[in-house]
Structure formats: structure tokens, C-alpha cells
Write a protein that binds this ligand. Structure first.
Ligand code: NAD
Length: 322
């Protein structure tokens, strides 16, 4: 049986899922279909990934062919920053559901704790970070409380079974727990041996919030953005210490990195377009690392975060996130 994590909302979430960031539109429907065939049931999408229509087509084909039923899938999507104003949340979720061809999401997350001015989907979709589509950053006045209250009404209306957050840090989580009528079911964070996030994971565990790890292979996801601290580092799957641990278990280094995360209790959502890699990533829960090896991998921690908004902008625009 594929392992699941029990959420505070009462639902079971598969511990191993499939990420949809940077899956090209041209191949996306096929990739999703093949991933379902390979055994994936959780798909991690977002407005910002710009491929929700194609993801929906892959799901529809798999359902049509009888590979899965809708209720066996766990579809995750995310609220983009430009839709944080309370009255913008429900309309955009309805659009995203229509794009997927679904009646409900299993989990819907606030993608970043960053509120930007509304951009109408008829002007540009997905809107991205910049108001003008080029360089201008325009904040919105929406607080997280305003946005979370609107997220809670999605559960009331049956548009999402569970709701959660992504890229939130400890203080903000404590703040929202003071007013949340529905607690976040999950927290999705960057997590790899260079960013172990020990304290944040402890906090989430204490508060009954499940944690999903993204970018499990560290710098690998960020090389294409030419981020200097990503290109300057040894790729984790080529690191000699990781390779030595992998050899002990007769597993590829990628499975070692994924197992390190799942044995810490986290869910994972790696992405690949190659079927043999899809299967390998799923198989990563089929063996156990020793505590000694888990500790050796955790000792890689350097507190290096690649996916922070300021890494994508010119320095004179950093004020908004400071
Ligand atoms: P990833 O772990 O999916 O992939 C990083 C790179 O490693 C990709 O090039 C991938 O093709 C490759 N890869 C995958 N499996 C491999 C294997 N077994 N061996 C060798 N290479 C392999 O990283 P990611 O895309 O950063 O994150 C995964 C998912 O997490 C995304 O698709 C997205 O759904 C989610 N995500 C969320 C956020 C957020 O802000 N909430 C940010 C980034 C990613």
C-alpha cells in the first residue's frame, strides 16, 4: 500500500506525489496520464505553472480509460499572489477548477505569503509577479487574515476539501493560528539537505500541520534560472557522500534524497517526464535509511534557500519582501 499522511481535516494525503512546475504545456497531458499509469495519485499544480488545462486533460483521459476514479486522486492547486484580496479568491478557484475540469480540489494552498495587486485573467494568465508583465511590482493591501478567511469559505462551499499554506515561516503561522477557524492542513516548503528546516518542521508537527517538501534535489531545480548559488554548488545527486550512502543501499542517490525526506515524516512531490524515473521516485519509500545515515544527510544543512522571491528580481525591487 502506498503510504499516506493523515491530515487534520480528516482526509488522507498520499506521501509521494507528482510536481507539475515546469512541465511543458506541449507534453503535460501526456506526462500526467503516464504518471497516473505509473501509480501517482497526488498531483501538485498551481495557477502560476500555467498548465492546469493540460493537467486536467491528462486526468480526464486516465479517468475515461478507467485507470482511476476521481475520488482516488488527490489534486492540489494554489492561489497566486494577485488573487489574495478576499473577493478575488472564490472566482479564481472556480476558474482553476474549470481549467482542470474538476468540481473540487483535494487541497488548495496559498502559494506565497505575498499579496500583489489584482491582474484580471483576461489581461494576462497566469499573471506572474509583475503588474505590467515586465518589471513593476505592485503590492495589494490584503492581509493573510483576509485571504485565509476567503480560503475557509472554499471548504464551506465544497470547492476544496482541505486548505493549506506554502512558503510561510514560523511567526506568520503562529499568527494565523490565532484567528483560523479552519487550521491549515499542510505547509509546503523548500526542503533538501542544504535547507533542513528543523525548527519549522517541529513547529508544524506540534501544531498538527503536515509538511510537504519541494525541490528535494536542492539546486537542481534552479540551475535554469542561472542563480549563482545554485550553479556554484555540487548537485546533491552527484555529491560523493550521498553517492556513498546510495551505494550501501544499492539505490540511486535521488532515492536516498527522497527517502531522507519521507523518513523525516514529510510528503514529497518530485517531477520528471521520464517513466523510469517516475517509477524510481515512487519506489523511494520501499527501503529504510538508518538513523545514522539520516543524521549524516541532515548534517549537510547550510540554510540555503533557492526559491525566495528576491532571487528572481533586481535588487532595487527587494523592498517589498524585506
Ligand atoms: P524536482 O524535485 O521535481 O526536480 C528537480 C530536477 O530534478 C528536475 O529537473 C527533475 O526533472 C529532476 N529529477 C526528478 N527526479 C529525478 C531523479 N530521480 N533523478 C534525477 N533527476 C531527477 O524539483 P521542483 O520542481 O523544484 O519541485 C517539485 C515540485 O514541487 C514542483 O513540480 C512543484 O509542484 C512544487 N514546488 C512548489 C513550490 C512552491 O513555492 N510551493 C516551489 C517549487 C516547487
Amino acid at each position: 500500500m502506498a503510504p499516506v499522511i493523515k491530515l487534520n481535516s480528516g482526509y488522507d494525503m498520499p506521501q509521494v506525489g507528482f510536481g507539475l512546475w515546469k512541465v511543458d504545456n506541449a507534453v503535460c497531458a501526456d506526462v500526467v496520464y503516464k504518471a497516473i499509469k505509473a501509480g501517482y495519485r497526488l498531483f501538485d499544480g498551481a495557477c502560476d505553472y500555467g498548465n492546469e488545462v493540460e493537467c486536467g486533460k491528462g486526468v480526464a483521459r486516465a479517468i475515461q480509460e478507467g485507470l482511476v476514479k476521481r475520488e482516488e486522486l488527490f489534486i492540489v492547486s494554489k492561489l497566486w499572489n494577485t488573487f489574495h484580496d478576499g473577493d478575488r479568491v472564490e472566482p479564481i478557484v472556480r476558474k482553476q477548477l474549470a481549467d482542470w475540469g474538476l468540481d473540487y480540489f483535494d487541497l488548495y494552498l496559498i502559494h506565497f505569503p505575498v499579496a500583489l495587486e489584482y491582474v484580471d485573467p483576461s489581461v494576462r494568465y497566469p499573471p506572474g509577479w509583475h503588474y505590467d508583465g515586465k518589471s513593476e511590482i505592485r503590492p495589494s493591501k490584503a492581509t493573510i487574515q483576509e485571504t485565509w478567511t476567503a480560503m475557509e469559505s472554499l471548504v464551506d462551499k465544497g470547492l476544496s476539501k482541505s486548505i493549506g499554506i506554502s512558503n510561510f515561516q514560523g511567526q506568520l503561522i503562529y499568527d494565523m493560528l490565532r484567528y483560523a477557524r479552519i487550521r491549515p492542513a499542510t505547509l509546503q516548503i523548500e526542503h533538501h539537505p542544504y535547507l533542513v528546516q528543523e525548527e519549522l518542521i517541529k513547529l508544524a508537527k506540534r501544531e498538527g500541520i503536515a509538511v510537504t517538501a519541494y525541490s528535494s534535489f536542492g539546486p537542481a531545480s534552479f540551475l535554469e534560472f542561472n542563480m549563482k548559488h545554485a550553479t556554484a554548488m555540487t548537485p546533491l545527486i552527484e555529491d560523493e557522500k550521498i553517492k556513498a550512502i546510495a551505494a550501501k543501499y544499492n539505490r540511486p542517490p535521488s532515492e536516498i534524497l527522497l527517502r531522507w525526506a519521507t523518513q523525516r515524516g514529510l510528503a514529497i512531490i518530485p517531477k520528471t517526464t521520464r517513466e523510469e524515473i517516475m517509477k524510481s521516485n515512487l519506489r523511494s519509500v520501499e527501503f529504510d535509511l538508518s538513523q545514522e545515515d539520516i543524521d549524516a544527510i541532515s548534517a549537510f544543512d547550510r540554510g540555503i534557500r533557492f526559491n525566495q522571491p528576491s532571487n528572481y528580481f533586481e535588487t532595487d525591487q527587494l523592498w517589498i519582501f524585506g
